[in-house]
Design a binder for this molecule. Structure first.
Ligand SMILES: Cc1cc2nc3c(=O)[nH]c(=O)nc-3n(C[C@H](O)[C@H](O)[C@H](O)COP(=O)(O)OP(=O)(O)OC[C@H]3O[C@@H](n4cnc5c(N)ncnc54)[C@H](O)[C@@H]3O)c2cc1C
Length: 519
């Protein structure tokens, strides 16, 4: 059922069993799980079914750290969320991503890969991915041309990626949500405040507002915050009527540990033999490919982070401009246009120019995509300006640390040693890697992947995390957070497949909880 929150009586009281705030990949994945159940689900979406700049403008914020995408255009603010723009590139987390690593400060989730793995097969059809098979051997049986470079598997391996069409949640799931009898989707229902009971042990209700000047109250037994990392932390920090520092923020952790997947131009690979590297190519229609990844053993021995290297045809790589430079307009439609225009300067398709040689290439530009050290100073805070609905805007201070530079440098060097030892080629390092005393990576070499993680990190201990292993906010019985803001560390894989998997896991947990009598 769909209700436009601008069209109902002002000061309406809306009641349900579960209230999901945000209808993007996380929120919609959870709502679909409850379709046809005996429970009334309220799905609150700040925008409508189409782009509306008055709503998008609510996202505007200030950058105070490393250069980054404008906050306003780095996420989409309408039904379907940022899946309206995402690229569909998917992979799974690795076992090591969840471990406490003594060389990575603030690493270690309270759960293991095995806790998330059962949810990947359920996430696959939601994202229109192929078989839930992530072992290269499976894909080689389907296509023997997918041959890995002959590197020592104990050192580097070929990590598989799959390509979603990409699924646009706002298009694919609109009818199911709108026609569901027990799901009440409210559009133009921006949550501006989360209200707790006096001792802050539970959430009583949330307040929604819109540009029509209407304000409503939503009451439920369970609340799930699914607005993505920056907005999740913004709402918790701004909801400070009962807890002065914001909800879930007794230990000053909300907004901290913001993480991206730095995408770094990391050198050049020259191969002696011009065999096309089919396994590593992305052409139109590619469903499966690989990137070169550090093994767990190498990460442990060399004390570096998890990261992978993608290969791009060198003639493209040497002239490429960072995503952050191309995506610099506050209006996400204009940023997308300049991104697309930049990528259509010649007649070859986007995929051909970026990823695949129409002829045989011997030289490849290296792009390292990696996790970064969780850093409490890399953070989202509120600023003094308020948006049109009265919610404080945010500052984003994105930072990187010396281990980040060590990791990207080590990855390129190890690849160089590996291709040298195999007698198949050489790697040329960029100049910034040659000065080991300088921890800085020049901004021109660094971009992001629009992957926003952290800010409500997961930990068993309220002193080191905002949510527990079930994504419940510590100390608040009925408030949960869905999506990548809960990530303790970022892993080397694009985040959305795991966003959906972890959201399904959360949904199952609440299904268990809802059977319990109210306390
Ligand atoms: C250009 C681009 C390319 C990308 N490519 C990839 C890729 O290839 N692979 C990958 O894994 N990831 C990719 N991503 C990231 C991916 O889009 C996100 O990981 C994913 O969308 C996160 O889902 P989410 O539901 O947490 O957040 P979102 O999809 O952003 O959804 C949040 C929802 O909450 C709503 N909302 C926000 N605030 C409020 C409020 N106060 N009240 C009510 N509703 C609210 C929003 O309108 C939105 O609908 C890309 C992102 C971009 C921008």
């Amino acid at each position: 059922m769909h209700i436009d929150a601008r069209a109902i009586d002002d000061q309406s009281i809306i009641e349900g069993d579960i209230c999901i705030i945000g209808a993007g990949a996380a929120g919609i994945s959870i709502a679909l799980e409850w379709n046809n159940s005996p429970y009334k689900v309220i799905l609150l979406e700040g925008g409508g079914f189409e782009y509306d700049d008055t709503v998008q403008e609510l996202y505007r914020g200030e950058l105070t750290g490393r250069p980054y995408f404008p906050i306003k255009s780095s996420r989409l603010h309408f039904f379907g969320g940022t899946t309206g723009h995402w690229g569909g590139v998917c992979s799974t987390f690795d076992e090591i991503d969840f471990k406490k690593r003594d060389w990575v400060d603030n690493s270690g989730w309270p759960i293991k890969l095995q806790d998330i793995a059962p949810f990947y097969p359920r996430a696959h059809p939601i994202l229109d991915l192929g078989a839930c098979e992530w072992d290269l051997k499976y894909w080689q049986k389907q296509n023997p041309a997918l041959k890995p470079l002959p590197l020592d598997k104990n050192v580097m391996w070929s990590k598989v990626w799959q390509q979603s069409p990409p699924t646009r949640f706002g298009t694919k799931y609109k009818d199911t949500i709108v026609n569901a009898k027990n799901i009440y989707l409210y559009t133009y229902a921006n949550v501006v405040d989360i209200n707790a009971v006096e001792n802050v042990s539970a959430i009583k209700q949330v307040t929604v507002k819109n540009s029509a000047g209407k304000q409503h109250t939503v009451k439920a037994r369970f609340f799930i915050l699914a607005c993505c990392a920056i907005q999740n932390s913004r709402l918790l920090l701004a909801s400070n009527k009962q807890a002065a520092a914001g909800l879930g923020n007794d230990n000053d952790l909300v907004g901290r540990y913001f993480m991206e997947h730095p995408h770094i131009k990391s050198g050049e690979l020259r191969l002696l033999n011009p065999d096309p590297l089919k396994l590593y190519e992305l052409v139109e229609g590619t469903k499966v490919r690989a990137q070169l990844a550090f093994s767990e053993k190498t990460q442990t021995e060399l004390k570096v982070l998890n990261g992978t290297i993608a290969l791009l045809p060198q003639e493209f790589a040497e002239n490429s401009i960072s995503n952050i430079k191309m995506w610099s307009n506050d209006d996400p439609r204009k940023s997308l246009d300049s991104f697309a225009k930049y990528n259509s300067l010649d007649k070859r398709s986007f995929f051909e120019r970026h990823f695949m040689p129409s002829k045989l290439f011997k030289a490849y530009g290296l792009t390292t995509v990696m996790e970064q050290v969780p850093n409490p100073l890399s953070r989202v805070t509120l600023n003094n300006e308020k948006d049109a609905l009265g919610v404080p805007r945010v500052n984003l201070n994105w930072q990187m640390l010396p281990l980040d530079k060590k990791t990207v440098t080590t990855l390129s060097k190890v690849l160089g040693q590996q291709v040298g030892a195999a007698g198949i080629g050489r790697v040329r390092l960029p100049d910034f890697m040659l000065d080991e005393k300088d921890d800085n990576i020049p901004s021109d070499f660094v971009s992001g992947g629009w992957h926003q993680m952290g800010t409500t990190r997961m930990s068993d201990d309220p002193k080191t995390g905002v949510v527990d292993a079930n994504c419940k906010v510590h100390g608040i019985n009925n408030l949960f957070v869905a999506g990548s803001s809960c990530y303790t560390t970022g892993g080397a894989a694009n985040p959305t497949l795991t966003v959906v998997a972890i959201s399904l896991r959360l949904s199952d947990h609440i299904k268990e909880q809802i059977k319990l009598p109210l306390t």
